[in-house]
Write a protein that binds this ligand. Structure first.
Ligand SMILES: Cc1cc2nc3c(=O)[nH]c(=O)nc-3n(C[C@H](O)[C@H](O)[C@H](O)COP(=O)(O)O)c2cc1C
Length: 364
């Protein structure tokens, strides 16, 4: 399945297979990345790190192939890059919903598509665990972008219905966003209220959703193309690959639908010899091509489907209605862990468009 022009990203394994990983082709040979920095980035995705996350401890020890170790923790890209992550802490027995699918998880759809013998323990290839390799290779993409002056930073914009800081009307400073990555709730105006709501839901055996906002700083103008080649198309395709994402909007997004043209249009101006827009409701993209303003988008995350309250489902063996209570270790909200996944997916999409532009410039 190819969603990018230059990069090919293949994520393999399943949540409870011995290992999971990713292979990326098309990365620029000869460039380097720091595996230690990738590990620091990946640590932001790990379960157990934040409040409300599953106590399943994930070690996420990454082994890199297709890159030359330079001995100081850095690697030189040498061809297709593969990362392998061992799935250590697995308890498959907790997670078998072959006959009684969990409402709004992928169990039923996978059963229809793959048949009842498909190995789907733990959500299989649909599990949030699959964001571990995504974050690893996205961490490499982030470093290659940083070398080009492009910074990808995401934060929680809303949790359990509590709204927080936003890129509207002006994106927060990059340092402000990254400072809150140790515990991402500070971007919420009432972090205590959000935490209390999420905890109360968890205590009832329920779950909550939220919104992750992402700003891409230092994005040059002229990246992307029309139609399917658009920067929005690429970013949305990458971000929708993250399990539990149910909405993506750029700039003022759905808000634009309620504005008039005179309210919605971003006026142009020249500042310090550079064309800018005086506001950024377009999210830094017009016609699929970046306009030089920061690229901004929001991703809506559904509440975790696995909840421990009794739920109506079906018994697929007997084709009858029944009830289930989901057991096992699940995130009461996936949102804090998904922030790094959003950055990773966005970084891969932007790197692809940037490498495509570099290739076109070389061929001119
Ligand atoms: C980091 C992360 C962790 C997740 N953890 C869980 C979990 O513990 N339990 C669960 O039911 N869903 C979890 N999900 C969400 C499901 O994987 C997802 O809702 C499911 O595959 C159905 O896909 P969809 O919501 O995109 O339709 C997680 C998602 C992410 C991004």
């Amino acid at each position: 399945m190819k969603v990018f022009d230059v990069l090919d990203v293949n994520i393999f394994g399943e949540s409870h297979s011995p290992e999971i990983g990713a292979t990326v082709t098309g990365l620029p040979v000869g460039e380097t990345f720091d595996a230690g920095k990738v590990a620091e980035f990946a640590a932001r995705r790990k379960s157990g790190k934040y409040l409300f996350s599953t106590p399943r401890r994930e070690e996420d020890l990454a082994v890199w192939e297709g890159a030359q170790a330079l001995g100081d923790g850095t690697y030189r890209l040498d061809g297709p890059l593969t990362v392998r992550i061992v799935n250590g802490n697995i308890r498959p027995a907790d997670y078998t919903y072959t006959v009684t699918p969990r409402p709004s998880h992928a169990d039923y759809c996978a059963w229809v598509k793959d048949g009842e013998n498909a190995a789907r323990s733990g959500g299989g290839r649909f599990s949030g665990r699959m964001t571990a390799p995504l974050v690893a290779v996205g961490g490499v993409a982030k470093q290659l972008l940083e070398r080009r002056g492009i910074l990808v930073a995401a934060y929680i914009g809303e949790l359990a219905g509590v709204k927080g800081g936003s890129y509207s009307p002006t994106p927060p400073d990059y340092r402000t966003v990254t400072a809150c990555h140790e515990l991402p709730l500070p971007m919420l105006s009432s972090a205590d209220e959000a935490a209390a709501r999420a905890k109360a839901a968890a205590a009832r055996g329920d779950s909550v959703g939220g919104v992750v906002e992402c700003v891409i700083y230092g994005m040059p103008a002229g990246i992307g193309d029309a139609l399917f080649g658009g920067m929005e198309s690429k970013l949305a395709a990458a971000v929708y690959a993250i399990p539990a994402v149910k909405g993506v909007e750029f700039g003022a997004g759905f808000g634009l639908a309620r504005m008039t043209g005179s309210e919605a249009n971003d006026p142009f101006a020249v500042r310090e010899g550079k064309v800018v827009t005086l506001k950024n409701d377009s999210g830094g993209i017009n016609g699929g091509i970046t306009n030089g303003m920061p690229v901004t988008f929001r991703a809506a995350f559904r509440p975790t489907p696995s909840i421990s309250l009794p739920q109506k489902t079906v018994d697929l063996a007997h084709m009858t209605d029944t009830e289930i209570t989901v057991k096992g270790r699940h995130d009461a909200t996936v949102v804090p862990r998904a922030v790094a996944a959003v950055e990773a997916a966005a970084a891969l999409a932007v790197l692809d468009a940037v490498l495509d532009a570099e290739r076109q410039n070389r061929n001119r």
